[in-house]
Design a protein around this ligand. Structure first.
Ligand code: 48Y
Length: 327
């Protein structure tokens, strides 16, 4: 039995996480879900986006399934729940899979998840604010290894490394580490400068199958690449550490459509598939079921359909029931 923490969060985070849990339960009975609260409401009560004792309990679990939260940026001292979890659980690698659900290809975006401009280190002086963009040897090596192992695992001979080494010292350091490791491991590195690469990612995305970058560049590139999946609502992600991993759709809490029952659950459902893969269970069953369903089923309004969230969940589950899997 595996123990998975569930944090549904705010807005559509609640609906899509429940959808993902239903789909996971249709594939396996080897998971026990334990729910935790987190976010702004918890912060108002205890001054942190998640309770200390809950965090300690979560650290002992096998994985985390996360929905979405909204982070107000005008509340002094509020710290984002997801950034807190990434830091506290040491989730150094963020893998986002941009799927072509109507075809048979994916783009894997590997984002460094704990350093760069998200270091949380800053200096405020009279009239001057400095955010530190931290790149460490250890952090760069770990994320480079993650991308290279992924390339080998998926039988890709090269990775695309996106940086701004022409301007930033940190990226010059990062670049050397990536090139050295890739050479030792027999993987080719296709180097791109972040600014001109954005044009390429819009025009000619599918030739870059594994894209590696630092934290903020990876954040922006993954939102941009989502246009190729037709909706940001279908993109799953995994945040991996050495002890535990957290899975979440990359979309936000979408307060404008929350509670209307029209949120696209596919990003959360595929995050569930990544979670199963991480635990050594049958994530591929969910991927197949989603792909079969989107080819013929009614989709949510973000994809031009008129389906409600539960319609998509039911449709995906009936595709699962049509597949032969070991219980
Ligand atoms: O997961 C994401 O890509 C989100 O954009 C978060 C980020 O910047 O990494 C947002 C963080 C937040 O607002 O709580």
């Amino acid at each position: 039995m595996y123990r998975v923490a569930v944090i549904k969060g705010d807005g559509i985070g609640v609906e899509v996480t429940e959808a993902a849990m239903r789909v996971i339960k249709a594939v396996t009975n080897k998971i026990e879900f334990v729910e935790f609260e987190g976010g702004f409401e918890v912060f108002k009560e205890c001054g942190a986006p998640i309770r200390e004792e809950d965090l300690e309990e979560i650290k002992e679990m096998d994985a985390v399934l996360f929905g979405a939260t909204s982070t107000p940026f005008d509340v002094p001292n509020y710290k984002s729940l997801i950034l807190t979890l990434r830091k506290e659980l040491n989730l150094y690698a963020n893998l986002r899979i941009i799927p072509d659900l109507w075809g048979d290809r994916e783009i894997y975006i590997v984002r460094e998840n704990s350093e760069g401009l998200y270091s949380g280190e800053y200096e405020v002086n009279d009239g001057r604010v400095v955010d530190f963009r931290v790149i460490t040897r250890e952090g760069a090596e770990k994320i480079a290894r993650f991308a290279i192992e992924l390339a080998k695992d998926r039988n890709f001979k090269e990775i695309t490394f996106v940086h701004k080494a022409n301007v930033l010292r940190g990226d010059r350091f990062f670049r050397k580490i990536v090139l050295n490791l890739a050479e030792r491991e027999g993987i080719k590195v296709n180097e791109k400068i972040i600014d001109s690469f954005t044009i390429e990612l819009v025009r000619n995305p599918w030739k870059h199958r594994i894209i590696l970058s630092e934290n903020l560049f990876g954040d922006i590139l993954s939102d941009l690449a989502s246009i190729h999946a037709k909706s940001i609502g279908v993109i799953p992600s995994g945040n991996y550490g050495e002890e535990i991993a957290l899975f979440e759709p990359i979309h936000g809490s979408a307060p404008d459509i929350a509670g209307k029952g029209i949120a696209n659950p596919i990003g959360a459902i595929l995050s569930g598939a990544m979670l199963l893969d991480y635990l050594g269970l049958d994530g591929w069953v969910i991927w197949n079921a989603v792909k079969n369903y989107v080819k013929k089923g009614n989709l949510t309004p973000d994809l031009g359909g008129s389906a409600m969230t539960p319609d998509v969940v039911n449709g995906v589950i009936s595709e699962i029931d049509d597949q032969e899997i070991d219980p």
